[in-house]
Design a protein around this ligand. Structure first.
Ligand SMILES: [Cu+2]
Length: 263
């Protein structure tokens, strides 16, 4: 159904459920559209002026319309309680344990995405607002903190291993941004003062998606989905999904580069 609706290619494990929810909403809305449209047309013809010159002050006496309205409410309740709420609960309640997932901190700012990995110790180094330097240390990472030694930070470049749960902890330095990756079917606002977790499992590597799409340039893109200022349109990040081995190699390489930027 997702191709039929023109949805972007799917590359996350929970995405099928979201697509089927979108599909069912379209089906039910199509039924409502045809039903109400038909009723409207019927009314236009049935109650046209030439046939009904004098207004009927008594109105409808049958209860059919009441039953119809109850029917619509039932369909909407099914959508809400049968699909939307369970899906939402699975997304926000059943977070995978952090020990099994890759935890990445993503901090939005006007107009970029700061990506922060905890490294092998799985502990994020301390950050301090007074240490922030827009050029050299946009996250204000405290290098004197031992936990920061193996941390990896990047700007607008997110690397993820395939088929492993990823927990993104979203933060913002200034205004409300929104982390949206259409292929992963995730979209969440980043709100200053909050750390908001979201999770997903990427299922298709960038390389595989390039082959599937026949487009060697394809990139998963983090699009800021909240108008956040004049540079909003260029607030783009990129996600590279790799095999677990390639991801580990990338982390090692990145650590070496950070230790010696001139190598
Ligand atoms: Cu933004």
């Amino acid at each position: 159904m997702s191709e039929w609706l023109g949805l972007p290619a799917l590359a996350a494990s929970h995405g099928g459920q979201i697509d089927s929810l979108i599909g069912w909403i379209h089906v039910f809305m199509a039924i409502l559209f045809v039903g109400w449209g038909g009723f409207f047309t019927y009314c236009l013809i049935r109650f046209r002026r030439s046939r009904q010159p004098v207004a009927n002050y008594a109105g409808v006496r049958s209860h059919r319309s009441t039953w119809l309205e109850i029917g619509v409410a039932v369909v909407e309740a099914v959508l809400l309680f049968g699909f939307a709420i369970p899906l939402w609960a699975a997304r926000v309640d059943r977070m995978p344990p952090e020990s099994e997932a890759l935890v990445v901190q993503v901090t939005g700012e006007q107009f970029a995405w700061n990506i922060h990995y905890a490294g092998a110790d799985r502990v994020f180094g301390r950050t301090d607002i007074t240490l922030i330097d827009l050029q050299s240390n946009p996250l204000g990472l405290d290098q004197s903190d031992p936990a920061a030694k193996d941390d990896v930070t990047t700007l607008n470049q997110m690397y993820l291993p395939v088929n492993r749960p990823v927990i993104v902890k979203l933060r913002s330095k200034d205004v409300i941004h929104s982390f949206g990756v259409p292929e992963f079917r995730v979209k969440q606002d980043a709100i200053p003062g909050f750390t908001i977790p979201i999770w997903f499992v990427p299922t298709v590597t960038t390389a595989e998606m390039r082959t599937r799409k026949g487009n060697p340039e394809f990139q998963y893109e983090i699009a800021c989905a909240q108008l956040c200022g004049l540079g909003h349109a260029r607030m783009r990040g990129f996600v590279t999904v790799q095999s677990a081995e390639d991801f580990e190699k990338w982390m090692e390489q990145k650590l070496l580069e950070q230790a010696d930027p001139f190598q």
